[in-house]
Design a protein around this ligand. Structure first.
Ligand SMILES: *Cc1c(COP(=O)(O)O)cnc(C)c1O
Length: 591
């Protein structure tokens, strides 16, 4: 590893070099250009003000500025700012290639410029009344993200993150489910499940009169407890409410949603994972049939594009095929939501250049090719999009699914056709995340030649790091079947019990935690037997370990920094990281 040919000093390809201009660089290499761009932004902002009604005259005079209290306040503000700046020196150096912990890293310069510019103008994207430009840029950014994911059109909005985007999905799917269920029951159908899956065509065919009479069944309009009693009476069995089918490796925002939307944790029906830690489509089929049998309407089926733990990509294609087949044979229209909060930008790898798309396994590629067929998605530009917080988005394929129930506000002038405000769970919304994403779409590019290059590179680096770790540290066991730029490992010798392995892995992890001036920043996660059953058991059987506890501790690494292993740098971070691990293990006497 010592004389790695990557560090031979050969210049990088021109298209790779060009991408380096999109980030500040670990040593602030692009600082001069960044300064000049930010100065230009400020100058235009000043001139914009000065150009609006200069005849109004100035509010702050030279005499004001010279007054003692004025100067005192200013000096005080400078001091406070100085103090705060110093405090932030203690912040985690996420810009460094030595930060390989969670899915955040350098932010891209186009995103940063867009973010700063928006902060200066401060539009509130709640409505066109309070944001003239921001709302339009948001529309364009949503269209760009929707296209990257494979939707032909797509309608949506930016949220403060993936959690709220997932809530937006549950909110709409639940509304659709309740509307269909109520109308179907009022129209004489006896199955809550089948009513709730009737499809818009059937729903639109039901008269307004019947829909009005369905109010008593509709927990959205009526008291949910009396509604449940009415439904039980109509169907002849106790109505237990709808369910949400969700794979075992779900993000914890889904657990929150069960609470917030009043579904109850019982209504989150887990779908088992297969031996590779991905949603098991055969189990999904079982759960759907069980919901039908128990007459529990399905709010939605969720699959995950890039799990938060290890970046696994669920077989969205197979899930959608299954749902399509139910639609054909039974007329069931089931909502399929893809939680791509972490992995959404992986869709930029789709395209003709196989050298880039081949960063993914054939199976994952096939899965991401199918995203265009699903009902809705969550995507977080503030994760793999290298966009500053807070920037998430919810996108539905079909307007009808997006525009469900609206809420008006007496003091906001909503122009019904354009404003998203009446349809978003959040009220006031910053345009900054949308504008930052718009800038990245224009300047980085949501295709193979933009994000595709960056993400393919980080996936390649993840694989190289895995190779290196395997070769240099004999007792290190890698998490199998990872798909993206996350990797996980534990430390196990042949036959070791799980408790012993966890203890060893944790001790290694703690050496990073204790030392605040650590040379590298990493993260850890836990895999539970009850969630990952087959994957968990296979993993442990790979070292013939004894399962004496129900969880497996993993050190988790996310390779996102675009400069990890840049050959121009003096150090090879992969090499350095592996050596650092070896030294720590030697010190702990767990070599
Ligand atoms: C991060 C993540 C979320 C939540 O996103 P926030 O932006 O942190 O609210 C949801 N789902 C998945 C799969 C995630 O990785």
């Amino acid at each position: 590893m010592k004389d790695n040919s990557n560090f031979s000093g050969t210049p990088c390809l021109s298209e790779e070099a060009a991408l380096k201009g999109l980030f500040l660089g670990p040593q602030a290499e692009n600082r001069e250009w960044v300064s000049s761009q930010i100065t230009t932004l400020l100058t235009s902002w000043f001139n914009w003000r000065r150009g609006f009604r200069p005849e109004d005259g100035q509010a702050i005079s030279a005499r004001d500025m010279a007054s003692a209290d004025y100067v005192k306040r200013r000096t005080h503000t400078e001091e406070v700012l100085h103090e705060l700046t110093a405090r932030f020196e203690l912040e985690i150096p996420k810009f460094s290639p030595r930060y390989i912990g969670h899915m955040f890293s350098e932010i891209s310069l186009p995103a940063l410029f867009g973010h700063i510019l928006t902060l200066l103008h401060n539009p509130n994207n709640i409505s066109g009344e309070s944001s003239r430009v921001g709302v339009l840029v948001e529309e364009e950014a949503i269209t760009a993200l929707a296209q990257m994911m494979g939707f032909s059109k797509g309608v949506g909005h930016f949220t403060s993150g993936g959690t709220i985007a997932n809530f937006e999905a549950v909110y709409r799917a639940r509304t659709r489910c309740y509307n269909w269920m109520s109308a179907g029951l009022a129209n004489g159908v006896c199955s809550a499940f089948e009513s709730a899956a009737m499809g818009f065509q059937n729903y639109d065919g039901i008269s307004d009169e019947i829909k009005k009479s369905s109010i008593k069944f509709n927990p959205f309009e009526a008291n949910p407890f009396t509604a449940a009693a009415d439904i039980s009476h109509q169907t002849g069995r106790t109505f237990k409410g709808p369910v949400l089918l969700i794979p075992e490796h779900k993000h914890y925002s889904w657990t929150k949603s069960a609470n917030i939307f009043g579904l109850g944790a019982e209504a989150l029906w887990p779908v088992q994972l297969d031996a590779h830690g991905r949603l098991d489509v055969r189990d999904l089929e079982k759960q759907i049939l069980r919901a039908h049998k128990e007459d529990r309407p399905i709010v939605m089926v969720v699959s995950v594009l890039g799990t938060t733990e290890l970046g696994m990509v669920d077989p969205m294609d197979e899930v959608q095929n299954l749902l399509d087949s139910y639609r054909q044979t039974h007329g069931w229209h089931l909502w399929h939501h893809v939680d791509a909060a972490y992995g959404g930008f992986i869709c930029s790898l789709r395209g003709d250049d196989l050298s880039l798309s081949n960063a993914l396994s054939e199976r994952s590629l096939k899965a991401i090719e199918s995203v265009g067929r699903v009902t809705s998605v969550t995507i977080d530009p503030h994760k793999l999009g290298y966009v500053p917080y807070s920037s998430g988005a919810f996108i539905a394929a079909d307007e009808k699914d997006y525009y469900q129930r609206s809420f008006g506000a007496p003091y906001v002038n909503f122009a019904a056709s354009k404003d998203k405000g009446p349809f978003t769970l959040e009220g006031s919304r910053s345009a900054a995340g949308a504008v930052a994403t718009w800038m990245t779409a224009k300047c980085v590019g949501l295709s193979q030649d933009g994000y595709g290059r960056i993400i393919a590179r980080t996936i390649r680096l993840r694989k190289e790091l895995e190779e290196g770790l395997k070769k240099e540290i004999p007792d290190l066991v890698l998490a199998p079947s990872v798909d993206a730029n996350l990797l996980g490992f534990c430390l196990a010798k042949k036959g070791d019990s799980l408790k012993k392995v966890n203890e060893r892995t944790l001790r290694l992890y703690e050496t990073f935690e204790v030392d605040k001036k650590s040379d590298f920043f990493i993260s850890k996660t836990r895999i539970y037997q009850k969630c990952y059953s087959k994957y968990f058991e296979n993993f442990i059987s790979s070292w013939q370990g004894e399962i004496d506890t129900d969880e497996l501790v993993l050190i988790r690494i996310c390779i996102m920094n675009p400069f990890f292993r840049t050959k121009e740098m003096k150090v090879d971070f992969q090499d350095l990281f592996i050596r650092s691990l070896q030294e720590r293990l030697a010190k702990l006497e767990i070599t």
